[in-house]
Design a protein around this ligand. Structure first.
Ligand code: RBF
Length: 164
C-alpha cells in the first residue's frame, strides 16, 4: 500500500521541525488503517527534521479515547509542542458513528484550547473500509501525512505569533 501522497503539499512551504517535539496518539480500532496513517505521519515528521527523540507515540483503544489521550500527553510532557490524533471511524448500522465523531471533534478542539497548543484532527470518518484505505495511502493520499504537515505549520505559526 502506498503510504504517502506528497503531491498534496509543497515541501517548500513546510517549516523545519528541527527543534519541535510532537506527540502522536493512535487509535487501535481499524488498526490496519490507523497504522498506515501513523506511518505516513512518522515518515513526514522525519522528512522535515523532527528528531527521533522528539516524537512521542502512544496508542489508545479507540477514537473516542483520542481526546483524553492527547490531554494526558500534554499534561505530562510540558515540552510537547503539538499532538496529532489519528483514528478511523467507519459507519455501521447503529448511531455510534455520529456520537464518536462529534465527541472527538469537539473534544480535540477543547484540548487544544485548554493547553494553548495545536491538537491535530487526523480522524477518518468514512462510510466503508474502501474509503478509509483510499485515504490511508491509497488514491486520495494519506491523511497522516497531512496531519503531520499541519502540526509543523501550526507550531511554526504559534512560535511566530509568540515571538519565540
Ligand atoms: N472506535 C474507532 O476508532 N472506530 C470505530 O469505527 C469504532 N466503532 C465503534 C462501534 C461501537 C458500536 C462501539 C461501542 C465502539 C466503537 N469504537 C470505535 C470504539 C470507541 O472509540 C471507544 O474506544 C469505545 O466506545 C470505548 O470508549
Amino acid at each position: 500500500m502506498k503510504k504517502t501522497n506528497l503531491s498534496d503539499h509543497d515541501p517548500n512551504q513546510v517549516p523545519s521541525g528541527k527543534d519541535f517535539r510532537i506527540g502522536i496518539a493512535v487509535a487501535e480500532w481499524n488498526k490496519e488503517i490507523t497504522d498506515a496513517l501513523a506511518a505516513g505521519a512518522l515518515e513526514t515528521l522525519r522528512r522535515y527534521d523532527v528528531a527521533e527523540d522528539n516524537i512521542v507515540l502512544v496508542h489508545v483503544p479507540g477514537s473516542f479515547e483520542l481526546t483524553s489521550g492527547a490531554d494526558l500527553m500534554l499534561r505530562n510532557d510540558a515540552r510537547l509542542d503539538a499532538v496529532i490524533c489519528i483514528g478511523c471511524v467507519i459507519q455501521g448500522e447503529t448511531r455510534h458513528f455520529d456520537f464518536i465523531c462529534e465527541a472527538v471533534s469537539q473534544g480535540i478542539t477543547n484540548v487544544a484550547l485548554k493547553h494553548g497548543k495545536p491538537v491535530i484532527f487526523s480522524l477518518l470518518t468514512t462510510n466503508n473500509t474502501e474509503q478509509a484505505q483510499d485515504r490511508a495511502g491509497g488514491k486520495h493520499g494519506n491523511k497522516g501525512v497531512e496531519g503531520a504537515v499541519t502540526a509543523l505549520k501550526m507550531i511554526a505559526l504559534q512560535r511566530q505569533l509568540e515571538n519565540k
